[in-house]
Design a protein around this ligand. Structure first.
Ligand code: E4P
Length: 227
């Protein structure tokens, strides 16, 4: 499973990249507005941190506007993916981008037939929003399972990018359902790592390691660390 970070904060992207397991970045107009940054400047800066896919969203809602912005984003860097809303003009723009070899992330997906349209339009990624479905008492993860089944039935190459993630259980369930990617808010990265039994276990191992008679390996390590 690939991990993207879902944020408009460059420091969070840098921090997440330090783990060494970051595969890409997603942004959206709300996240970028929160950061206070100019969208293009921010995306250019993200390009210096990762060469994985960076989703940058169009702000237009009509075909011509979306295509203008898609071409602008495409000029920024090869790894910039154009994020298009799952509306009629967004699907049309996705078809054109596919023909032109521009990578796309079709966003705001809330239903399996929408995901089917995105795949037929040749989307690189489709973003089902699991958290926002859960928020209104629909089953967000069931949507991931349905899309996985549909894409497997027809061997669509579009990757399922689990979005609107609220916590570690979304990641567990998306992985179990066979999602290709999860885009994860920065704070959830930390939650994936933490387990109280790991901390307790490590504390005990550290205490007990002090009781081990110093053999060659420990002596060599201490010597190496002094230099
Ligand atoms: C992903 O691409 C979306 O921008 C994001 O996951 C939306 O999450 P939210 O529902 O927390 O705003």
């Amino acid at each position: 499973m690939k991990f993207f970070v879902d944020t408009g904060e460059i420091d969070e992207i840098r921090e997440a990249a330090k783990l060494g397991i970051l595969d890409g970045v997603t942004t959206n107009p709300s996240l970028v507005a929160k950061s206070g940054r100019k969208y293009k400047d921010l995306v250019k800066e993200i390009c210096d941190v990762t060469d994985g896919p960076i989703s940058a969203e169009v702000l237009s809602t009509d075909y011509d506007g979306m295509m203008f912005e898609a071409h602008e984003w495409h000029k920024v860097a090869d790894n910039v993916v154009v994020k298009l809303p799952l509306i009629e003009d967004g699907i049309k723009a996705c078809v054109t981008c596919t023909k032109e070899g521009i990578k796309t992330n079709v966003t705001l997906c809330f239903g399996p037939t929408q995901a089917l349209l995105a795949a037929k339009a040749g989307a690189t990624f489709v973003s089902p929003f699991v958290g926002r479905l859960d928020d209104i008492a629909y089953d967000g993860l069931e949507l991931i399972r349905e899309i996985r089944k549909i894409y497997d039935n027809y061997k669509y190459k579009t990757e399922i990018l689990t979005a609107s993630v609220r916590g570690p259980l979304h990641i567990r369930d998306a992985a179990l359902a066979g999602a290709d990617i999860a885009t994860i808010p920065f704070k959830v990265f930390g939650q994936l790592l933490k387990h109280p039994l790991t901390d307790v276990g490590l504390k005990k191992f550290v205490e007990d390691s002090a009781k081990i008679p110093k053999g060659t390996m420990i002596l060599e390590r201490d010597k190496a660390l002094k230099h």
